[in-house]
Design a protein around this ligand. Structure first.
Ligand code: F6R
Length: 607
């Protein structure tokens, strides 16, 4: 939610880099954009409502002087998308500029207080109180870092803040509490951003900034201090393995399609994670009194599929609770004997962090599965599993879902080894089968891309869809429906096929599209019964089936075929793929940008 960037370099115009960096952050929000630089003792700004390239065509964002600057791409919380509400925001003298990600909960009272002292506001945002507060502290004699530190004592809420001033143009100051910020370093330049891909073309040397810390960036150095007592924090830079190319479209029309195609490689890389990472987390799961899983959205669907893996391999059935409702469902029943597996690709989802903090407060152990090194969730976790999808830019999660499933499979198998619920041979055979998934997913993509494009052509203007499955395929159906609705805006509901006849079937009339997820597992025959019920009411049947399943092929109007031999516990990894591709083509056929669905952002950092 909102992408922020700050750069200070010893030479060279900073504006073209800010513009490119914002494009790499656009997945975090895209309703307005702005950049401010400092040159000749003044701030220079271009900002407006709209996506980055629209605003660039109008204003030429590259045409700003100076070697230091900040930028922002916005996902509106307080105030409509407009030129006035676009960041950066300023103080009264227009010498201090601030970009912010998060929410200042007490902004109304601060705003009234500042207005009563004569401050003039230009926007409806919560952010604007920050530069005005900095102004007061600097007018009172404080330096920019000290003023920012004082501001953090006045504001309540969550924030990542980057500030600079024409009064001392040799530095950028940033701080965070609850929202992400990472720092990049190379010779003659320092960077700060909401996410690593923003500065990846310049450096892969990253320094983490933690909640409650403030960093002062100059072109030659980065100094980190604790907000509480001002003491210096020494922290080594981490070299990250992501490459700049991974954060480009690489010839694909959209990131989403590229990321769907990257899934086999992402699974392969996740299968290479050291075994002891899973063994150590598995010890916690195997020895816990109760096991919970928590997550949101697509990550929640990974958890729902993951439960089946734990049940089948380890004889443990974890409870799943949505992170947003975790404390209100689990109450204080957690103890030090329980564990919570938190799944979040970004590691920054506020709901998931909220759940994890609740679990930690009650003393439960936390295992975090995330795709981002150093993300917020890792700081609360007893064990951390970093999946290997590389950067995912498309807002709709695809390859990160795939690696979450891979990591859950590896964790469930490692737990199974400890609980001995199954024989060693059984577990080893499942490991071997998991290793075939990259090829199965590759083949699934190749076989289904054109089929899915044609199905999208046929169904793109249908108003509503049902996605049905049984057992583990309920998770697949839920994910298929989520993908479709979030990027194509067709209404879609994922449901248990068994439950569908207890209500949703009332929706079905001639030509109503019902998508069945139909692997050749123990649920198949009962699912055929559900297909018959829907057909009898005139539904158009789309089915994802195992290749060679003649009966199902015969029953369906449109089929997506998956290579034979996928183990039931891994079926989501293969059977979801045609549904991802279908939603991609439905979105493009309907003229929507699948990478930037309306009202959504890649990481949701508000509760
Ligand atoms: C859907 C999607 C979202 C996320 C959800 C959780 O395609 O991407 O539903 O899965 O916002 O995000 P993370 O995994 O970052 O916690």
């Amino acid at each position: 939610m909102c992408g922020i960037i700050g750069v200070i370099q010893s030479k060279g115009a900073v504006a073209p880099f800010l513009h490119q960096a914002l494009k790499r952050l656009e997945y975090r929000g895209y309703d307005s954009v702005g950049v401010t630089t400092i040159a000749e003792g003044k701030l220079h700004t271009k900002k407006d409502e709209g996506k980055i390239e629209e605003v660039h065509r109008k204003l030429n964002l590259d045409d700003l002087p100076g070697t230091v600057g900040i930028g922002h791409t916005r996902w509106a919380t307080h105030g409509m998308p407009s030129i006035y509400n676009a960041h950066p925001h300023f103080d009264c003298s227009h010498t201090i500029a601030v970009v912010h990600n998060g929410v200042v909960d007490n902004f109304l009272e601060l705003k009234e207080e500042l207005q009563s002292r004569g401050h003039k506001f230009e926007s409806e945002t919560d952010t604007e109180v920050i530069p005005h507060l900095i102004e007061e502290f600097m007018d009172g004699g404080l330096s920019l870092p000290d003023a920012v530190r004082e501001v953090t004592r006045r504001i309540r809420g969550t924030y990542a803040i980057v500030a600079m001033t024409a009064r001392s143009p040799d530095k950028i100051v940033c701080t965070r509490d609850g929202n992400p910020l990472v720092i990049g370093r190379r010779d003659g330049a320092s960077y700060v951003s909401s996410d690593i891909p923003a500065f990846l073309p310049m450096t892969n040397n990253m320094i983490l900034l933690l909640d409650g810390e403030i960093a002062i960036l100059t072109a030659d150095d980065v100094e980190i201090r604790k907000l509480s007592d001002g003491s210096i924090v020494t922290r080594e830079a981490i070299t990250i393995s992501w490459t700049a190319d991974q954060a480009q479209k690489g010839g694909y029309p959209h990131f989403m399609l590229k990321e769907i195609h990257e899934q086999p490689e992402a699974i392969r890389n996740t299968l290479r994670i050291r075994k002891d990472v899973f063994d150590s987390a598995a010890k916690i799961v195997a020895s816990s009194r109760r096991v919970f899983m928590t997550a949101m959205g697509t990550s929640g669907h990974a958890a729902l599929a993951g439960r089946h893996m734990f049940a089948s391999f380890a004889g443990i059935l974890p409870s799943f609770e949505l992170a947003s409702d975790f404390p209100d469902t689990v109450y204080d029943t957690l103890t030090t004997d329980d564990c919570v597996i938190a799944i979040t690709q970004s590691g920054e989802t506020s709901d998931t962090i909220f759940a994890v903090k609740h679990a930690k407060r009650l003393g439960a152990k936390v295992i975090a599965i995330t795709n981002v090194v150093g993300s917020s969730v890792t700081r609360f976790a007893d064990r951390i599993i970093i999946t290997q999808a590389g950067p995912e830019i498309g807002v709709a999660a695809t390859k990160t879902f795939m690696v979450q499933l891979t990591a859950l499979a590896l964790l469930a198998l490692a737990t199974g080894m400890l609980t001995q619920y199954r024989s060693r041979e059984f577990i080893e055979a499942k490991y071997a089968s998991l290793n075939t998934l990259p090829n199965i997913v590759s083949e699934t993509i190749v076989r289904n891309e054109e089929v899915a494009r044609q199905a999208a052509e046929k169904y793109y203007n249908r108003a509503s869809f049902l996605f049905l499955g049984r057992g583990i395929s309920i998770a697949t159906a839920l994910e298929g429906a989520l993908k479709l609705k979030e990027i194509s805006y067709n209404h879609a509901e994922g449901y248990s096929a068994g439950e569908s006849k207890h209500g949703p079937i009332a929706l079905v009339e001639d030509g109503f599209p019902v998508v069945f997820v139909a692997p050749n597992d123990a649920t198949r025959d009962r699912l055929i019964g559900n297909i018959m019920e829907m057909k009898a009411r005139g539904a158009s049947i789309l089915a994802v089936i195992e290749r060679g399943d003649g009966d199902l092929k015969h029953l369906a109007d449109d089929v997506f075929e998956i290579p034979e031999g996928v183990e039931p516990e891994f079926s989501t990894m293969a059977f979801v793929v045609p549904l991802q591709i279908l939603s991609y083509y439905m979105a493009t056929r309907r003229g929507h940008d699948p990478d930037k669905p309306r009202n959504l952002a890649k990481s949701v950092t508000v509760l």
